[in-house]
Design a protein around this ligand. Structure first.
Ligand code: ADP
Ligand code: MG
Length: 584
């Protein structure tokens, strides 16, 4: 029998201050990235123009954040480390309209309770800096410029249970980088840099808002996005939303800020999903970077210890405003270039002059197919119909057009194939088949490819060596910051191999140590297929084009690329006749 159950109840005690801070740290300090967030926000609150973050061991061993802000006076150094001590609010009224990132006065105390902290700071009037060690409270003169450097060593050294929850170095570094990027996007006028083990991982000099946002968002976003600008006085939304073509498999490029604070908010995500509902299908995730400005009194930021969620006093109008602003920005009139249409647009192949619905319908499977275009592209996989006489359904290649399309002739008329999209689909299905127990056939590169990689990629390469080999890549670290690639899967060798390696490292980093690679297998294969497929402007011989057509015929779901766009269309003889008004 449990002796405790029989014992007298434990007396009620007031907890020691350190223990209270350690409990609070459980909410505020989850991992190195949370420390980076708190320290960088403090630097911004102090008016810093340049913020420098230096990490060792993914931030677990050491995090130093230096700023050129207004500093902390010597006599306030020990206060800064105390719980519930803040210079940012003094009353409930202040709290209701807080304009600073911080206000709870608990971050430094919480961090100091689970690591070793020192502050070096100098205000404009000081002749030198002062340094305080949190553990002893001792303050000594120290060299240093105006501003503050907070040094955090050995995170969770005293709380091994929490330390166990940390992932690998590369994963923690990845989180720190993502955190800093989020803050940086909202503060373009401030310079940010991140260093890991003495090497620079991020360099973001002060820039115009658009320039800063585009530098942090995925490559190509600038060209595949539309600006959002909606101002209703008490509420305004600004930023950029990605077109459906910029959509991604993962929700990793979604930035939403409320009054300068990065948030993940259910109401706002829902408004975004609703705005994209008509143009984005399936699991595709939109890219966006949006800044909502709203009267501070209309939003409560004090509902989450790390302030990652907010509560709107009046949610419905906010939802409507955001949804409509994004819908307007994405509206076809604003998004459709005169020629190439969007995947979801029924006018995909209509000439700019606006060919009639007859032509559009004819683009399907012959003039007698009554299905409207939208349903042909809708997502129900169709198989490529085989011909009774054994002639290849997709016919024989005639030419390559604009570096993008293959034109082929079959018995019905003209077949137009998007060569990259089609090849990507073929590769994806073949990768899924071939990457079973055995690694796929490898192609040795004639000249090994040397790639400069950053510390984050370097750490990922080291951690995931076996997985990378199993995927058919022979990639090794040749020296600091240098990856040497000697072989790639044969079927991917004609693609953009450097981009493939980088995308693969990024995918693997996100897998982390805890999650099995198998859970993410298809996403990873999709990434490989995308970069392994023939690029635009790659000149193919007729024989190569024919080979691709035959592979398409042999591949399941070959009529759609991995992003749900069609890979080929048929223009029948009847369609062509109509174009030339023959027989009318
Ligand atoms: P909060 O940010 O909620 O006020 P913190 O524990 O993060 O609480 O910081 C406590 C106080 O220490 C701040 O209110 C501020 O006065 C001071 N402080 C912290 N970091 C800096 C910094 N980098 N520069 C100037 N002052 C700072
Ligand atoms: Mg703070």
């Amino acid at each position: 029998m449990n002796s405790l159950a029989l014992a007298r109840p434990a007396p009620i005690r007031v907890l020691a201050d350190t223990l209270v801070s350690q409990i609070a740290a459980g909410e505020v300090v989850e991992r190195p990235a949370s420390v980076v967030k708190e320290l960088v926000e403090n630097a911004l609150d102090a008016g810093a123009r340049r913020i420098d973050v230096r990490l060792l061991g993914g931030g677990v061993r050491s995090i130093h954040v230096a700023d050129d802000g207004r500093g902390i006076a010597r006599e306030e150094l020990s206060l800064a480390l105390q719980r519930h001590a803040t210079s940012k609010i003094a009353s409930l009224e202040d709290l209701e309209q807080v304009a600073t990132m911080g206000f709870r006065g608990e971050a430094l105390a919480a961090i100091a309770s689970v690591s070793r902290v020192a502050i070096v700071s100098r205000t404009a009037g000081d002749e030198h800096a002062w340094r305080i060690e949190a553990s002893t409270g001792e303050i000594l003169p120290s060299p240093g410029e105006t501003g503050t450097r907070i040094e955090v060593e050995e995170l969770f050294h005293a709380t091994p249970a929490r330390r166990k929850f940390l992932r690998t170095e590369a994963t923690e570094l990845g989180h720190c980088l993502a955190t800093l990027e989020r803050v940086a996007a909202a503060h373009p006028g401030v310079s940010f840099s991140l260093w890991h083990e003495g090497r620079r991982v991020l360099d973001a000099p002060a820039a115009a808002p658009a320039q800063r946002a585009f530098a942090l968002l995925p490559e190509g976003f600038a060209a595949a996005s539309r600006p959002v600008l909606a101002d209703a006085g008490s509420i305004a939304l600004e930023g950029w939303v990605g077109l459906p073509t910029a959509a991604r498999a993962r929700a990793d490029a979604q930035y939403f800020y409320v009054n300068g604070r990065f948030v993940r908010d259910k109401l706002l995500s829902h408004a975004l999903r609703a705005a994209y509902a008509d143009v984005l299908h399936g699991g595709a995730q939109p890219c966006y970077c949006l800044f909502l400005r709203i009267d501070a009194r209309a939003v409560d930021v004090n509902v989450h210890p790390a302030k990652a969620e907010v509560r709107f006093r009046d949610p419905q109008p906010v939802h409507r405003f955001v949804q409509h602003a994004v819908e307007r920005a994405l509206a076809p009139a604003a998004t459709l270039p005169a020629t190439a249409g969007e995947a979801s647009s029924p006018a995909r192949f209509a000439p700019a002059s606006g060919m009639g619905p007859a032509l559009q319908r004819g683009l399907g499977f012959g003039a007698d197919d009554p299905a409207p275009m939208s349903s042909l592209f809708a997502g129900e996989p169709r198989t490529i119909p085989s011909e009774e006489d054994g002639a290849p359904p997709l016919g024989h290649a005639l030419a390559q057009l604009a570096g993008i399309y293959i034109l082929a002739r079959n018995r019905h008329g003209l077949v137009i194939v998007d060569m990259h999209a089609a090849h990507e689909r073929v590769l994806y299905e073949r990768l899924k088949d071939s990457l079973g127990e055995v690694a796929p056939a490898r192609q040795m590169l004639l000249v090994p490819l040397v790639l400069a990689i950053d510390p984050l990629e370097e750490a990922t390469l080291a951690e995931h060596a076996p997985e990378i080999a199993a995927l058919g890549l022979d990639a090794h670290l040749a020296g600091p910051g240098q990856l040497v690639l000697r072989a790639v899967p044969e079927m991917l060798s004609r693609g953009d191999v450097p981009a493939l390696v980088r995308a693969l490292l990024a995918e693997l980093r996100d897998v982390g140590a805890g999650r099995a690679l198998s859970e993410r297998r298809n996403e990873i294969l999709g990434t490989m297929a995308c970069h392994g497929a023939v690029r635009a402007n790659r000149i193919l011989t007729l024989a190569e084009m024919d080979a691709l057509l035959r592979q398409m015929e042999a591949t399941e779901r070959a009529d759609q690329c991995n992003h749900g766009r069609p890979t080929w269309v048929q223009l029948t003889q009847a369609d062509l006749d109509r174009l030339f008004l023959r027989g009318q």
